[in-house]
Write a protein that binds this ligand. Structure first.
Ligand code: GLV
Ligand code: MN
Ligand code: MN
Length: 440
């Protein structure tokens, strides 16, 4: 048993043939091709490529839909069955099309949409490494006991609402809310999906039958600095943060920015700014060391320099792997917003936008990843995921887990997001070993 030590070589998994080989003990070799994986990652990176590097490929946009067509072509060229469900999730499978409870699949995957000005690996790695593993298995003529499938989940980045495709697949989509789901720029999900040839009202039909997925494992870049700084090549994710987002709207009074005395202003923006700074301190102080917060969207109205801002809107996000801590932070931040508003003589409204629950990874999947690392002679460590992932939805319906590889400089959600190609090859090798163990 062994995996080649250098990712520039092919990565091998040795195993025994499945039962039914007439008592003969045969050994077969399954190898992923890091060169083929790299070529596909570079090809996918061309859809929505930015002149200075990185990509902008939001779900349902023309570059995303072109990438979807390309991915379907790659899946078919690899002799896999490929299809798209009503939520826009793309699947490739070693077995017949469709996922049924009669023959549960071992599923891997991630997403091909990106944040604006994002990198080439967030999501793409997990989808294309999954495709590589399935192709390698087919080339080796391996027949694991359970069929395997790879998914590209739609709108993981949540332009219209977080983790859309995997929410639909796991029956967690709030059907009533579909008509009002919209991007920060106001574009409605129903319109974006219609433009891409989908009917948003049919998305709930993507729900998989109970028992259709035997296990789920997703390969992803860490997107933070922990693995690189510790010099550890593989992270075994033990939990995934929950993310809460709320729109916080401070309403003051428009006034002349030159003539209104400073002490008479009711400035919506200054209230929002004070809230953002104090909320940051609150989350650092009360978040148990693993909670974070961000204000990534700010709108000031009317938004001209000679009018005191009448209104400021923030999208305030908080994350924690601990559900109670997260709920406590949300309550404290809401009272903070009210105190700040009162002191500054403005109104405030806190409108919850979305909340995903933290998820625990399955011991069986973590053990399979660790066994694959041990076989490969790779050190690993358990860690929580500070980013949200489709795996947290899958964890509600099956045993789910994630494999992390180091991110260069801990950088992600920026155009220079990258991991070493050797690390990518190692991650794909560990994914293959894990899939084989789960499908055995
Ligand atoms: C997904 O990228 C997230 O925002 O965590
Ligand atoms: Mn992301
Ligand atoms: Mn991602």
């Amino acid at each position: 048993m062994g995996i080649a030590p250098k990712a520039t070589e092919r990565w091998f998994i040795l195993g025994t043939a499945p039962p039914g080989s007439q008592g003969l003990y045969c050994r077969f070799v399954i190898a992923i091709s890091p060169a083929r994986l790299r070529a596909r990652l570079e090809a996918l990176a061309r859809f929505g490529a930015l002149p200075g590097g990185g990509v902008t490929r939001p779900c349902w946009s023309p570059p995303h839909e072109a990438a979807r067509a390309w991915l379907l072509g790659e899946l078919r060229a690899a002799s896999l069955q490929a299809w798209v469900d009503p939520a826009g999730n793309v699947f490739g499978a070693t077995g017949p099309p469709g996922l049924g409870a009669d023959r549960p699949v071992v599923l891997t995957g991630s997403h091909i949409d990106t944040v604006p000005e994002g990198g080439i690996l967030d999501g793409a790695l997990g989808v294309l490494a999954g495709l590589e593993c399935l192709e390698a298995l087919r080339e080796a003529g391996a027949a694991p006991r359970l069929p395997l499938a790879v998914a590209a989940w739609s709108d993981e980045e949540g332009r219209y609402g977080s983790l859309f495709g995997s929410r639909a697949f796991t029956g967690r989509l709030d059907v009533e809310r579909i008509p009002e789901m919209a991007a920060a720029d106001g574009e409605r999900l129903v319109d974006a999906m219609a433009r891409a040839g989908f009917d948003a009202r049919r998305a709930p039909e993507a729900r998989a039958p109970a028992g259709a997925v035997a296990a789920y494992v997703e390969l992803h870049i860490e997107q933070g600095p922990r693995l690189e700084e510790a010099g550890i090549p593989i992270g075994v994710v033990d939990s995934i943060v929950g993310v809460r987002r709320a729109r916080v709207v401070f309403t003051g009074q428009a006034d002349h920015a030159g003539t209104t005395p400073m002490d008479r202003r009711r400035d919506g923006f200054l209230a929002a700014a004070e809230y953002a700074l104090r909320a940051r301190d609150l989350v650092v102080r009360r978040g148990g060391g693993r909670s974070v917060t961000n204000v990534g969207v700010v709108h000031v109205h009317p938004g001209v320099s000679n009018i005191v801002p009448a209104r400021a809107e923030l999208v305030h996000e908080m994350r924690s792997p601990d559900a109670d801590v997260l709920a406590g932070l949300a309550a404290r931040c809401e009272s903070l917003a009210r105190r700040v508003a009162r002191r500054r003589g403005v109104g405030v409204e806190v409108q919850p936008m979305s909340a995903t629950a933290p998820a625990a990874c399955a011991p069986r999947v973590m053990a399979a990843i660790e066994a694959a690392c041990a076989t490969a002679g790779l050190a690993s460590t358990r860690l929580h995921s500070a980013a949200g992932h489709d795996a947290q939805n899958l964890a509600a319906v099956t045993d789910a887990g994630m494999i992390f590889i180091p991110s260069r400089g801990g950088r992600s959600h920026r155009v220079d997001e990258m991991s070493d190609w050797e690390a990518i090859g190692r991650g794909a090798g560990v994914l293959l070993g894990t899939l084989l163990a789960l499908a055995r």
